[in-house]
Design a protein around this ligand. Structure first.
Ligand SMILES: [Zn+2]
Length: 274
């Protein structure tokens, strides 16, 4: 996991073609690996498409793109510069090996949610999906990221369990074990877009929007220190660690999404501080 952090190098993409005055360029920064987030910059007023989809470009030319858990080895970024010149860039994306755990011989159907619980789960999923669609022009992500809590990493991005031969949903967060009541701070500035005290799976759940569709989610919280709609600064205490929802012990599960694309939060920060 840490080795991939070292791939975070500044790339300057030079479009091919005849040399012209003020050759337009695209700057891209970040790990070109599954789960990685890239921050880019173009001449303001450019139009950027990633994998055929329009990407928000800030007034100053900043934009974000991300690679999901199963991102293919090649991705296409296309830019139309304000002077009408067009360029396509092929990006190579490094594949990763995820931790897969097979457990067989489990008693079948141990925890099956009831009809009522299923209704509740569907409602909660809809709330989270709606929050993830928010496309805010703020560029809080430019301030960088820090760990929201210090602790022992007990779960990583992309890992998956196969129970009795049935693959479960991959784990998209990073789990950090810490005592109940430990303060969770905002890893980057943003606005609180969701603060739900008790979701079926994730218990006390908070989401913070860092702009351009990039959001952090914090799961299994015991207490909130900020409210929905509130602006938070990087490092500001926002909640406390808990073990609410379907959790086996106090820990923070921190997730990062670029809209519906799930990224690896660990790639945004350095090694866990002592
Ligand atoms: Zn987790």
């Amino acid at each position: 996991m840490r080795a991939t952090v070292c791939l975070a190098v500044l790339f300057v993409l030079l479009p091919s073609g005849p040399t012209q005055s003020a050759e337009p360029t695209v700057h891209l920064e970040g790990p070109r690996v599954q789960g990685g987030l890239l921050r880019g910059r173009v001449v303001p007023g450019s139009t950027v498409k990633f994998e055929g989809e329009r990407v928000r470009v800030s007034k100053d030319g900043w934009f974000l793109i991300g690679f999901g858990r199963e991102a293919s080895p090649k991705a296409v970024l296309s830019v139309v510069f304000p002077d009408g010149r067009r360029q396509r860039f092929g990006l190579s994306v490094k594949s990763r090996k995820y931790r897969i755990q097979r457990i067989d011989g489990l008693p079948p159907g141990k925890v099956t949610p009831s009809k009522e619980e299923l209704k509740r789960i569907r409602r909660e999923v809809a709330l989270v999906k709606r929050a993830r669609k928010i496309d805010d022009p703020r560029t809080d992500f430019l301030g960088g990221f820090r760990w929201p809590v210090k602790g022992i990493i007990s779960g990583v991005y992309g890992s998956q369990r196969i129970l009795n031969g049935q693959p479960r949903q991959p784990h998209y967060g990073i789990d950090i074990a810490a005592p109940r009541g430990t303060r969770v701070v905002a890893p980057a500035a943003g606005v609180v877009t969701l603060a739900h005290p008790d979701m079926y799976f994730s218990g006390g759940t908070m989401m913070v929007d860092h702009g351009h569709g990039l959001q952090s989610a914090f799961l299994h919280l015991s207490r909130f220190l900020v409210k929905k709609g509130q602006r938070v600064k990087q490092g500001q205490p926002i909640a406390e660690v808990g073990s609410t929802g379907r959790s086996t012990g106090p820990h923070l599960d921190w997730r990062v999404n670029l809209f519906s694309r799930r990224l690896d939060a660990a790639l945004l920060v350095g090694p866990m501080p002592k």
